[in-house]
Design a protein. Structure first.
Length: 160
């Protein structure tokens, strides 16, 4: 009984917090990854240009190499931030699924089981986020966001 009350309180707190701001910032985090990937491209072009310049000094070569390394580090950090943001969204989905499971009726349990399968698929996609190339990043993030949107809609509808 206390577990159900605790789950209800946590769900209420999450729902209240969601009303005050956008529920997820995955779009923002994905856009940040895209922007930093563009910076890496620009730094790569600058580095290549500096490397082919016969008159470039060692100092200029070192600076171009450092700038490229910094851009790559920023890209890795942006991808990590995206992964953290998406895992937070997974945790919120887990709480709602637990609340649905706690209802105890057959339909709720069946819906929770179906959602658990979809959640596992989303988690696998999220785990593979670092492996995606910048070229298909937008497609990847749209696919993940659409999966989350559908799962969240279904669990919210089931909780009504």
């Amino acid at each position: 009984m206390t577990k159900m009350i605790w789950i209800a309180c946590v769900a209420a707190a999450l729902t209240t917090g969601a009303c005050k701001k956008k529920q997820d910032d995955t779009d923002k985090a994905a856009a940040e990854v895209t922007a930093t990937a563009d910076q890496v491209k620009d730094q790569r072009k600058d580095y290549d240009k500096t490397m082919t310049d016969k008159g470039a000094s060692v100092k200029e070569l070192d600076k171009a190499e450092g700038d490229l390394a910094a851009a790559k580090t920023d890209l890795a950090a942006a991808r990590d931030k995206y992964t953290i943001t998406v895992k937070d969204r997974l945790a919120k989905l887990d709480l709602k699924m637990q609340q649905l499971q706690a209802r105890g009726d057959a339909k709720s349990k069946q819906t929770a089981a179906a959602l658990a399968t979809r959640r596992a698929e989303l988690a696998a996609k999220v785990d593979a986020a670092k492996a995606h190339a910048a070229a298909d990043w937008d497609t990847f993030t749209k696919d993940v966001d659409n999966g989350f949107d559908a799962a969240e809609k279904d669990v919210n509808d089931a909780l009504k």
